[in-house]
Design a protein around this ligand. Sequence first.
Ligand code: NAP
Length: 283
Amino acid sequence: MNVTNDIYRLLLGPSWSRVASARLEAAVGDRVVLVTGASSGIGARTAELLAGAGANVLLAARRVDELTVVADRIMAAGGRASAYRVDLAEPAEVDRLVEEVLADHGRVDVVVNNAGKSIRRSLADTADRFHDVTRTNAVNYLGPVRLVSGLLPQMRARGGGHVVNVSSLTVDLPSAHWAVYTASKAAFEAWLRCVAPEIRVDGVATTSIHFPLVHTAMSAPTYSTRLPGLTVDGAAEVIGRALVYRPRVLIPWWVRLAGLVADVAQGPYEAGQARVLRITGRT
Ligand SMILES: NC(=O)c1ccc[n+]([C@@H]2O[C@H](COP(=O)([O-])OP(=O)(O)OC[C@H]3O[C@@H](n4cnc5c(N)ncnc54)[C@H](OP(=O)(O)O)[C@@H]3O)[C@@H](O)[C@H]2O)c1
């Protein structure tokens, strides 16, 4: 048990609490679960948690060596896991992943769309780096749309499935220097919201989780480990809970509140940020 993590999750609210192992086993045992971005961080830990609860986990990312380490660890603990190399920014690789996992396992019951590229950069610094805008959208938006679109037909035909989207609170609280990352995350979520009613008809559920800070390799360059945040264990447990209860969305209550204020008072919200940028000289 990690006490700091548990206290932080109390602040996030009851819908972010740990779920009983028996419930998780009932929800994912014998399910085929594809976890993207499973070579590190939240994805790796989620794959381990779900495999421990009986799921057959398919791990996807670019770094095969890292995927193999995670898969070996799962299998050493008695679980089932397979590693698949994919660069989500490459459409042909995404199509190949869909073909491979369906050929190897016959079905995918759950997709955890977790892989992501983070980028924090000012507009001025982005001007001559448009390729980063393109790539961020390819990894966070277009690749996941292609992947999920490829896997949905078999879920719909079988009358069930679940797409879990690992998103960020920046979607609720748009902030300076996070434009490209936030827009790519918001774009995938908008796509998922639009298709949700179409696939719900066939019994396929969707969940988007707006995570606050999670201490991983991705967040380390930007946020001190002393800041309050979730551990990867805590984040994996939240994803586990989402698989059990299948909520439409999981957003910390204080993010919802702050997002509402930011929407209603958009002018002051932006003016406040502009003031901070002016004071810190980080425009
Ligand atoms: N950490 C946070 O504070 C935080 C907060 C909110 C949301 N999130 C979201 O949580 C998710 C997981 O991030 P993390 O914090 O666990 O960071 P992480 O450890 O850096 O994990 C990112 C994962 O995405 C994979 N990935 C990146 N580019 C890819 C590509 N082109 N094709 C396939 N896979 C790719 C990486 O694998 P390879 O490099 O092996 O390809 C890695 O497994 C991301 O979607 C992130 O936006 C994180």
